[in-house]
Design a protein around this ligand. Structure first.
Ligand code: G3P
Ligand code: MG
Length: 337
C-alpha cells in the first residue's frame, strides 16, 4: 500500500515554469498575488523556475532582481533562471577562433564574456566598438557607447565577422541596423558584399511584450522584423536567422532540464510541467509544441488581453486560461491534493 502511494507520487511529479514579464512583473512592479503564488509553491515543496525571453544581464543578476522586486529576503539561485540568450553559452565554443559581433543593450558584452566570448583579444566585438573605431561607418553619432576599445573592422589585418549574435534588443536600432547589415554583407570595406556571408543568431523573437505601459511594447522581434526588411530591400534575399528563446524547443528542453536540477531528479521524472505565461505566441505556442509533460496556462495580466474564452490560433490555444498567476497556482495546488 505504502509502496504504491510512493510510486503514485513519483508518477505524478509536477513543477512550474514561470514566464516573468506580464506574469510576475509589469514594468518594475510585481503583479498582485505573484509573490504569494511563489510562496504557496515553496510551502508545498513544488519545484519551480523561470524562463523569460528577457535578458541583457547575467542570469544571477536577473534572478536577484526578480527576488528583490517580489520582496523576497533571499535571491533566487542563477540555476533557476533561463534567459532568452542562455543557449548562446554553447556558441562560445563554436565561434572560439572566429570574430563575432555581439548585439544587445549596455551590459550584453559582460554577459557574452561570462559565456566565454573573447573580447580581450578582439575576437568578440560590439557595435559601439565598431562605431567608434571604424572611420565614417556611422554618419551620425551613435546613441550607445562602450568602455571597450574601438575596433576598426577595415584595418588591413582585421578578421572578417563570421557571425552576428543578437543577444538582446539593442537601444540604438539605427546604428545597429547599419552595422549588422554591413557585417552580414561582409567584403572590404565591410558592407561592400552583396550576399549573406555572416551567420545571424537571435534570441527572443517576441514582437510584443508587456512592460509597465498599459499597451504592450515592441520587443526584439520587432527589431528582427526591421532587420529582415532592411536586408531584403538591400540584397533582394531573405535574411537567414537561427533563433533560440521561446517558443523554440531548445528553450523548453533547457527549461525541463533546469526544473529537474532544481528538483534534484532526472529530466524524464515529470508527469506535468506547467508553463504559466502571458504571451500566446511565445509561452503557449512553445509549451503546446513541446508536448510531453508540458501544459500551457495563459494569464490575462500581460500581452494577452482577449476574451476569457480563447479564440485565437489553435497552436496558441492554452490548455487553461486564468485571470492571473495567483489563481493559476491556487488551482494547481488545490488539484494536487
Ligand atoms: O524583453 C522581454 C520580453 O520580450 C519578454 O519577457 O518574461 O515575458 O518572456 P518574458
Ligand atoms: Mg511574458
Amino acid at each position: 500500500m505504502r509502496v504504491s502511494r510512493v510510486v503514485r507520487a513519483v508518477q505524478q511529479r509536477w513543477g512550474v515554469i514561470f514566464d516573468i514579464d506580464g506574469v510576475l512583473i509589469q514594468g518594475y512592479k510585481p503583479i498582485p498575488g505573484a509573490a504569494e503564488a511563489l510562496r504557496a509553491l515553496d510551502d508545498a515543496r513544488v519545484p519551480y523556475a523561470f524562463m523569460t525571453n528577457g535578458g541583457g544581464v547575467l542570469e544571477a543578476q536577473k534572478a536577484a532582481d526578480l527576488a528583490a522586486r517580489l520582496g523576497r529576503s533571499e535571491p533566487f539561485g542563477a540555476n533557476r533562471m533561463l534567459l532568452s540568450h542562455t543557449p548562446f553559452r554553447a556558441l562560445a565554443d563554436r565561434f572560439q577562433d572566429r570574430r563575432v559581433l555581439v548585439v544587445g543593450a549596455s551590459r550584453t558584452a559582460e554577459v557574452a564574456a561570462s559565456y566565454g566570448f573573447d573580447f580581450a583579444s578582439g575576437l568578440a566585438v560590439t557595435t559601439p566598438q565598431i562605431a567608434s573605431g571604424t572611420p565614417e561607418i556611422c554618419p551620425f553619432p551613435p546613441l550607445a557607447t562602450s568602455a571597450l576599445p574601438g575596433v576598426n573592422v577595415n584595418a588591413p589585418d582585421a578578421p572578417a565577422i563570421e557571425a552576428v549574435l543578437i543577444f538582446y534588443e539593442p537601444n540604438d536600432w539605427g546604428t545597429e541596423l547599419q552595422v549588422i547589415t554591413d557585417a552580414v554583407a561582409g567584403g572590404r570595406p565591410m558592407g561592400s558584399g552583396d550576399k549573406q556571408v555572416a551567420e545571424v543568431w537571435a534570441s527572443n523573437a517576441d514582437f510584443l511584450w508587456r512592460a509597465g505601459y498599459p499597451v504592450s511594447r515592441l520587443g526584439n522581434g520587432a527589431f528582427l522584423e526591421s532587420l529582415k526588411a532592411v536586408w531584403r530591400r538591400r540584397s533582394g534575399h531573405d535574411l537567414q536567422i537561427q533563433e533560440c528563446g521561446k517558443p523554440h524547443k531548445v528553450q523548453f528542453d533547457a527549461a525541463e532540464a533546469m526544473l529537474a536540477e532544481v528538483a534534484g531528479v532526472s529530466t524524464s521524472s515529470f508527469s506535468r510541467i506547467y508553463m504559466i505565461g502571458d504571451n500566446p505566441a511565445a509561452d503557449i505556442r512553445g509549451a503546446n509544441a513541446a508536448q510531453g509533460p508540458w501544459r500551457s496556462i495563459l494569464v490575462r495580466t500581460g500581452v494577452y488581453q482577449g476574451p476569457s474564452h480563447f479564440t485565437g490560433d489553435a497552436a496558441e490555444a492554452p490548455w487553461r486560461l486564468e485571470p492571473d498567476v495567483h489563481e493559476a497556482v491556487r488551482r494547481l495546488l488545490a488539484e494536487s491534493h
